[in-house]
Design a protein around this ligand. Structure first.
Ligand code: AMP
Ligand code: ZN
Length: 455
């Protein structure tokens, strides 16, 4: 099986470090607010990785943290702690905020049929391990103390920038005017912050009362729960240049060797080609989508149509056709239940499916293969059983009974033509993918574009 490693920028053959068990670390949510559907794309990716590994016969030891302290509003170690800010706005304690939004998050992942990592642990339950980690870095000469905390000295770590391929000089040149002029380099980051009296979440430490930096959480918890070296680390692409770069510096600074073998990152979910944000009013939660009539499995299907390393543009047109497509796929699958027409090609489909999912989780391709199989004229119960086996990867409840919905292909073709005319090629491609995912192809003819079943 091949997985794309961000560190080497290539697909690499995957073999676990220890026997048959794959050790994975996933950066969990910062529980200061409801997760938006973009965040959920990151956990859907994590889930697909889990499912494909399991399908391929591996067992998992997978750890996900819950960030309930230390993640500051700005990536430059400045500003309020996100938890403290939310607590202030909602007039609750940070602990209450954490409990409430952790529960909401767990509810969302269950609704999306995302399987839970074997180990889930809160940052605040691991403070002693973080302090020990910082002490180790201090001993190895990677830290310095300034007025507001203990910092990691990136210039002491030779490998800084190897994940993002940023150079320290460029980071220096590109840095905004330093808010904290005691820092030796703009990329230096806080390991431990000293807490002013009014800061609610604080712990005793060798450096006085304070709280951990965000990055140290993941290095310390990875070490505690998975050991000095583990197989895979996941997160969204936004984590590459800072959070994961800093994790690498910390872990290698302490251990003297890399902790992670394969770094995997999901691309972003975009809205109208841009970022989701509260101020633009376009950051939906799963609950809001449900209220609009889109059940979580529709969003799951929508995400499965794009490879995890592709940007995905969220549109309601896309959600509408995912809703139809999922219903029709389930209806097509049902027709095979208990049927006994002759069918001898299952091995070919099985091989194609295995190949697709094992090629860096090519789920869109695997879904296309299953669509073609489901629509096969010969109906056979073995097909039914096999598709349900594949659904252990998709997690789409394909055994659910549904009635066929007529698809208005002309509407899709017109939308694609319009997108092309407006030079919105990403949208045009998305519509094409959507049509292909339903087992159809687009053909340009003299009379215009038409849709035909594939095969
Ligand atoms: P956070 O709770 O902010 O720490 O983010 C949780 C996860 O969601 C991280 O792995 C982020 O990289 C990821 N993430 C945030 N926004 C998006 C988005 N729009 N699309 C995909 N992943 C995202
Ligand atoms: Zn992390």
């Amino acid at each position: 099986m091949k997985l794309y490693n961000t560190l080497s920028r290539t697909k690499e053959e995957f073999t676990p470090l220890e026997g048959n068990t794959v050790k994975i670390y996933t950066c969990g949510p910062t529980v200061y607010n409801y997760a938006q559907i973009g965040n959920m794309r990151a956990y859907l990716f994590m889930d697909l990785l889990r499912r494909v590994l399991k399908y391929n016969g591996y067992s998992l030891k997978h750890m996900m943290n819950i960030t309930d302290v230390g993640h500051l509003v700005s990536d430059e170690d400045e500003g309020e702690d996100k938890m403290a800010k939310s607590a202030r706005l909602e007039q609750k304690s940070p602990w209450e905020i954490a409990e409430f939004y952790t529960e909401a998050f767990m509810h969302d992942i269950e609704a999306l049929n995302i399987s839970r990592p074997e180990i889930i642990s809160k940052a605040t339950d691991n403070i002693p391990e973080m302090i020990d980690f910082v002490l180790g870095l201090e001993k190895n000469g990677y830290t310095y103390e300034i007025d507001d905390g203990i910092y990691f000295d990136v210039q002491k770590f030779e490998g800084y920038g190897k994940l993002s391929r940023n150079k320290l000089d460029d980071l220096q040149a590109g840095a905004r005017v330093e808010v904290n002029d005691q820092k030796r380099h703009p990329a230096d980051f806080a390991l431990w912050k000293k807490a002013p009296k009014e800061h609610i979440m604080q712990w005793e430490s060798p450096w006085g009362m304070g709280y951990p930096g965000w990055h140290i959480e993941c290095s310390a918890m990875g070490l505690k729960f998975l050991g000095e070296e583990f197989d895979i680390h996941t997160g969204g692409v936004d984590h590459i240049p800072i959070h994961h770069e800093n994790e690498i510096a910390q872990s290698e600074g302490l251990l003297g060797h890399p902790a992670v073998r394969c770094w995997m990152h999901n691309e972003f979910l975009l809205v109208d080609g841009g970022k989701m944000s509260k101020s633009l009013g376009n950051n939906y939660t799963l609950t809001q989508l449900s209220e609009m009539g889109y059940e979580p499995d529709v969003y799951r299907y929508f995400c499965l149509n794009a490879h995890y390393r592709q940007k995905l543009n969220f549109t309601f047109e896309g959600m509408n056709s995912s809703k139809t497509a999922l219903k029709n796929l389930r209806a097509a699958v049902q027709k095979h239940k208990g049927a006994s027409d002759e069918f001898n090609d299952l091995e070919k489909f099985r091989n194609d499916f295995n190949e697709a999912v094992s090629d860096d989780l090519n789920i869109p391709k695997a879904l296309g293969i299953i669509w073609t199989l489901a629509k096969n004229d010969a109906k056979n119960n073995e097909i039914y059983d096999f598709i349900l086996k594949c659904d252990e990867v998709f997690g789409l409840n394909l055994d659910k009974e549904e009635a066929v919905v007529e698809i208005d292909f002309q509407e899709l073709i017109d939308a694609r033509t319009l997108a092309k005319k407006n030079k919105n090629f990403a949208e045009a491609d998305r519509i094409r993918n959507e049509i292909v995912a339903m087992g159809y192809q687009l053909l340009d003819t003299f009379e215009g574009t038409i849709c035909k079943p594939i095969g």
